[in-house]
Design a protein around this ligand. Sequence first.
Ligand SMILES: CC(C)(COP(=O)(O)OP(=O)(O)OC[C@H]1O[C@@H](n2cnc3c(N)ncnc32)[C@H](O)[C@@H]1OP(=O)(O)O)[C@@H](O)C(=O)NCCC(=O)NCCS
Length: 176
Amino acid sequence: MIDDLTIEIREETNADHARVRDIELAAFEGFLQADLVDTLRESAVPYLSLVALVPSEIVGHVFFSPAFIECQAEPPAAQLSPIAIAPGHQGKGIGSKLIQTGLQECASIGWKAIFLLGDPAYYSRFGFVMASSMGLEYENPRFAPDLQVVELEPGILDGCRGTVRFHPAYAEAEDL
Ligand SMILES: CC(C)(COP(=O)(O)OP(=O)(O)OC[C@H]1O[C@@H](n2cnc3c(N)ncnc32)[C@H](O)[C@@H]1OP(=O)(O)O)[C@@H](O)C(=O)NCCC(=O)NCCS
């Protein structure tokens, strides 16, 4: 575990794009996540792309883009994906700091709830709960059991039930 203070989190700049792509390629099998990031930078509005540096080398990346809930009073929401830590730097608390800082930044952007598809064993520590328990279902039934959500404004999803959609690039990627 690295001392929390030695992990710097900041917004990505254009100069970081190549390094971010290398991290996505190294952390995941295949090109899917790296290509998604390139697509979303062009078409997701707004988006939040953060990098983690230890101490001056970028070793982690997280991306947030808008999510849409089909309910009457649809609150502004986002989804966290992808998140990637360079293989030699995993398990040292960098992913945790990226997520915690990312959620604070998302709140300041005005997003009220954050969704993701992932392992609850990891994401529950950041406050994520199963979205199905709140009556929210991911549009793709194949991945619906993995949908989790955290409210950045407590109670914002009360009475909001329905289908959750991400940027169309995700639906296209999931059909591959
Ligand atoms: C998943 C990932 C982002 C976590 O970041 P990290 O910096 O390695 O994790 P942290 O150091 O913050 O946290 C470590 C803890 O997370 C757990 N963890 C890491 N990856 C996990 C996973 N995929 N599922 C469940 N738990 C996981 C570790 O077991 C450890 O648990 P502990 O604190 O109880 O010992 C990173 O390992 C990674 O990039 N993995 C490859 C890409 C990936 O799977 N991305 C997520 C897709 S949903």
